[in-house]
Design a protein around this ligand. Structure first.
Ligand SMILES: NC(=O)c1ccc[n+]([C@@H]2O[C@H](COP(=O)([O-])OP(=O)(O)OC[C@H]3O[C@@H](n4cnc5c(N)ncnc54)[C@H](OP(=O)(O)O)[C@@H]3O)[C@@H](O)[C@H]2O)c1
Length: 290
């Protein structure tokens, strides 16, 4: 099978590249950015003709869309670009997949939920995004579902990896430099090591489980606040910064973030027969790689 990965130089895309390395399928890694020493084909997913052309020329069977507009705060002032990347572009990928009978694996977010209920969110819960990022990601999900292509959507949360900018790398840096730090404890969720999500996606492809169409929730196991997560990052990094828990209103933001956005993973575990690692175990692996 020929697998096209978009946004391949981002966090998830890079882990897809690492984990698919031994696969007997043929992966084509694309992005609008290039990285030194990394083989990447240029593909802008907002360009329908370019998407169609590469899918034809490379005889693509599966598209894995790791590209997105992921800056939640910036999206509030950049609706047009967030809409283009998170809503219209998945629609383009899905339409091209439908035209050629290909399958689309698309990634979405816990930000489609309001996050006001202290219970793990299930796939069939009502959605109610708080800001532009969540709203455009939700519209992207809907465009995929309405396209007529074969699709799977994996909603994930709190993604981190050794690559790019993320909470783990920021906290590791800050707790090495500062004697004290405040981190919010009134937002609770579960971190997701991008390698764990990439492993699931590669397993779905390798085992040809693309027939199980639907939305699936995936994060690592367990529950924590950003404060707990920051303390674990500090400890595993061997730093000694004194981290104080604080409320979200001490860090004013244009976007109201979900207070409780733990994803219920029952469906993904039962459907694909996977065991999901606890977030602390995966965090340790990531920090060992940094
Ligand atoms: N990060 C999180 O905490 C989080 C949480 C929940 C869900 N998710 C979802 O998980 C998925 C993967 O996230 P991630 O953190 O791996 O994203 P990421 O690191 O921001 O990577 C996205 C990649 O897409 C590229 N891109 C931007 N515009 C493009 C275009 N027009 N055509 C092709 N590629 C383009 C980006 O390039 P530039 O760097 O140049 O923009 C970047 O390389 C996304 O769907 C995201 O919404 C992420």
């Amino acid at each position: 099978m020929n697998i096209l990965v978009t946004g391949a130089n981002g966090q998830l895309g890079t882990e897809m590249r690492n984990i698919s390395a031994g696969s007997s399928d043929r992966y084509i890694f694309t992005d609008v950015t290039s990285l030194p020493g990394v083989d990447t084909v240029y593909l802008d997913i907002t360009n329908r003709d370019a998407v169609r052309l590469i899918c034809q020329s490379e005889k693509v069977d599966v598209i894995v869309n790791c590209a997105a507009y992921t800056n939640v705060d910036k999206a509030e002032d950049d609706l047009a670009m967030a809409d283009l990347l998170n809503h219209q572009a998945p629609g383009i990928l899905a339409a091209v997949a439908a035209e050629r009978g290909a399958h689309l694996i698309h990634i979405s977010t816990d930000y489609v939920f309001q996050g006001d209920i202290a219970l793990p969110c299930r796939e069939n819960w009502p959605v109610q995004p708080n800001g532009v990022y969540g709203a455009t990601k939700l519209q992207g999900e809907q465009a995929v579902q309405e396209s007529g292509c074969s699709w799977q959507i994996f909603r994930t949360a709190w993604l981190y990896s050794p690559y790019g900018k993320n909470f783990v790398k920021t906290m590791r840096q800050l707790t090495s430099e500062r004697p004290t730090l405040k981190v919010v404890f009134d937002q609770v969720g579960t971190p997701t090591y991008a390698a764990d999500l990439a492993a699931l996606i590669c397993k779905v492809i390798t085992e040809r489980r693309m027939d199980r169409q639907g939305i699936f929730h995936f994060s690592d196991e367990g529950v924590c606040s950003w404060y707990d997560f920051a303390c674990a990052i500090r400890d595993l990094s061997g730093n000694t910064c004194d981290i104080k828990p604080c409320h979200s209103d001490e860090f004013p933001s244009k976007v109201r973030r979900p207070h409780f956005s733990v994803l219920d993973k029952t469906k993904v575990k039962e459907t694909f027969g996977i065991e999901v690692p606890h977030w602390y175990v995966s965090l340790k692996k990531c920090i060992e790689r940094l």
